[in-house]
Design a protein around this ligand. Structure first.
Ligand code: DQQ
Length: 532
């Protein structure tokens, strides 16, 4: 019983009970952030999907409202599926969502607030013109879903993208409109990539090349220095892939900067459990914020026993990485730091020899940790390691190298029988270049059986001018979110310790490589709960 109750999170978004999946329609309206989510009000498994609804003033403390949209028409009888909110020029929000019809046809529908003076927007009305979009010729009735937030272009027309596929080619259709009721399908796809399968939850937005502020897609000026991000959630492998490129307002198509890293096989927002994400522009703090769904790694049977399934990751601010120019940086919204408590630890300059495991004096299943390590002096080696591609799923933190694995053990029992290792590993490629991998190793995270403990990880760019490696790790009972190198590479893991729970969960620094490494700075905070 304790095993299951200790898994509920303290500051990640989750409903009181039952199943949740995709984030839907995030927005800011009259003083409140609104968050909707795919929600089954009846069970801890997917089905009978509605739009759950909560509001917040800081994106961390949430106030639950009644369900906003339920399946109650022929055009959404099998579920009110994913969609987005667009805030129109007069400040009024519009929902576009996918209904799975009584005949399993995917249709786009529209809903508007019943009372614009209600800052909570408690009641939504489906317009009598629904459905406003049906699958176009050539697109399967089950391959047409998840409309984006609409954006306004200089020709005065609003546009949306909708995910689809043709054969095994994943693609985003573009529609234009003036009134959100009558839509024209554009002849060209926003983008398509052969072999990637169905694109779910497409997202499309600009990022600034000149500042750290976020951008409202509808307010980008011609000649403004921006790049565009196209993201799609791959139904085939359940990962969110994004690509940086440009948007041609002549052809209304997206052109990737690097076609070898296109949507579906290039960069991922997150290399762990993270799917069906969606961004919105926050006009209060002028930032773009990303929400993503972190599914469970336990069994459906466990979900039914515990009575709930899934959390949302901490909302992340998104900016272009000025050091590389070729990826986004994701960082937990600054509001999270308000939960940092008085129990904290600061450390500096500590050498970790090969084999060291050093306890850090904060405990509990609610932590925020920031640590940096000096980038090891790889040139001082007298014997070079074998040229071998490092794959953290083969052996995880137990596989010793020269430099790495080193990093943190979180949710660790005193005797380390349970531990989740978040670490770096340096390896030498045949071309003579050193590369850094960041991994999250769940293989020893729980003594319980029947849990998916896949080790996650990715290589990331480290320009030579960067002399240190950094990790930020957010621990919240059954979720561990890792942000490496300022958010250049992110990993969300779900873990289910049985003994390393609550006050018996501890934090360690470790170095399991054979060479020493230097921890430069460490700050670790015990975190308060966002829920009473
Ligand atoms: N989840 C929704 C769909 C979407 C999928 C249904 C992605 O609209 O394509 O719950 O997780």
């Amino acid at each position: 019983d304790n095993f299951f109750s200790s898994q509920r999170t303290a500051f990640h978004f989750q409903p009181w009970k039952n199943w949740m999946n995709d984030p839907n329609g995030p927005m800011f309206y009259k003083g409140y952030y609104h968050f909707f989510y795919q929600y089954n009000p009846d069970a801890a498994v997917w089905g009978n999907i509605t739009w759950g609804h909560s509001v917040s003033t800081d994106l961390i403390h949430w106030y639950p409202l009644n369900i906003a949209l339920v399946p109650d028409h022929w055009y959404d009888a099998e579920g009110v599926w994913s969609g987005s909110v667009t805030v129109l020029l007069d400040g009024k929000p519009v929902i576009l969502y996918t209904g799975s019809s009584n005949e399993s046809v995917q249709l786009q529908n529209m809903a508007v607030p019943e009372d614009f003076s209600d800052p909570f927007l408690r009641n939504w009305v489906k317009v009598p013109q629904n459905p406003v979009l049906v699958p176009p010729p050539g697109i399967g009735k089950k391959d047409f879903r998840d409309p984006t937030t609409a954006w306004l272009e200089s020709d005065g027309l609003w546009r949306i993208a909708v995910g689809a596929k043709e054969g095994t080619t994943g693609l985003a259709l573009v529609y234009r409109t003036t009134d959100f009721l009558d839509w024209t399908l554009q002849s060209k796809f926003l983008h398509s990539v052969a072999g990637t399968g169905m694109w779910e939850c497409v997202d499309f937005y600009p990022v600034s090349l000149t500042g750290l502020n976020g951008l409202d897609t509808s307010k980008v000026q011609v000649n403004q220095l921006v790049k565009y991000i196209l993201k799609a959630s791959m139904d085939d492998d359940k990962h969110d892939y994004y690509t940086i490129g440009t948007y041609s307002t002549d052809s209304q198509t997206f052109i990737p900067d690097d076609p070898t890293k296109d949507v579906g096989f290039g960069l991922r927002y997150d290399y762990g459990k993270y799917y069906a994400s969606k961004t919105f522009y926050d006009p209060v703090k002028e930032r773009r914020i990303l929400w993503g769904w972190a599914n469970e790694s336990d069994s459906e049977q466990d979900d039914i026993i515990k009575g709930w399934a899934s959390v949302q990751s901490i909302p992340r601010t998104l900016v272009l990485d000025s050091h590389t120019g070729s990826n986004l940086l994701q960082w937990p919204i600054e509001e999270l730091e308000l939960l940092r408590g008085d129990n904290s630890v600061v450390k500096q300059n500590m050498s970790l020899n090969g084999g060291d495991v050093v306890k850090v004096g904060v405990s509990g299943a609610q932590l925020d940790i920031e640590v940096t390590f000096t980038y090891p002096d790889v040139h001082k080696l007298d014997v070079l390691p074998e040229h071998k591609e490092y794959d953290c799923s083969q052996g995880g933190a137990a596989q010793r190298g020269l430099f790495g694995p080193f990093g943190l053990l979180v949710l660790a029992a005193d005797n380390l029988v349970e531990q989740t290792a978040v670490y770096f590993y340096l390896s030498l490629r045949p071309n003579g270049k050193w590369v850094t991998t960041v991994c999250s190793d769940q293989s020893r995270s729980s003594l319980a059986k029947g849990i998916d403990t896949t080790v996650y990880g990715t290589v990331f760019d480290k320009p030579p001018t960067e002399n240190s490696l950094s990790l930020r790790v957010i621990v919240d009972h059954s979720v561990v979110e890792t942000f490496a190198q300022g958010g250049r590479a992110c990993i969300t893991s779900r873990v289910y310790p049985t003994v390393a729970i609550d006050r018996n969960a501890h934090l360690f620094l470790f170095n399991n490589g054979t060479k020493p490494v230097t921890m430069q700075t460490l700050g670790a905070w015990e975190m308060s709960s966002a829920y009473a």
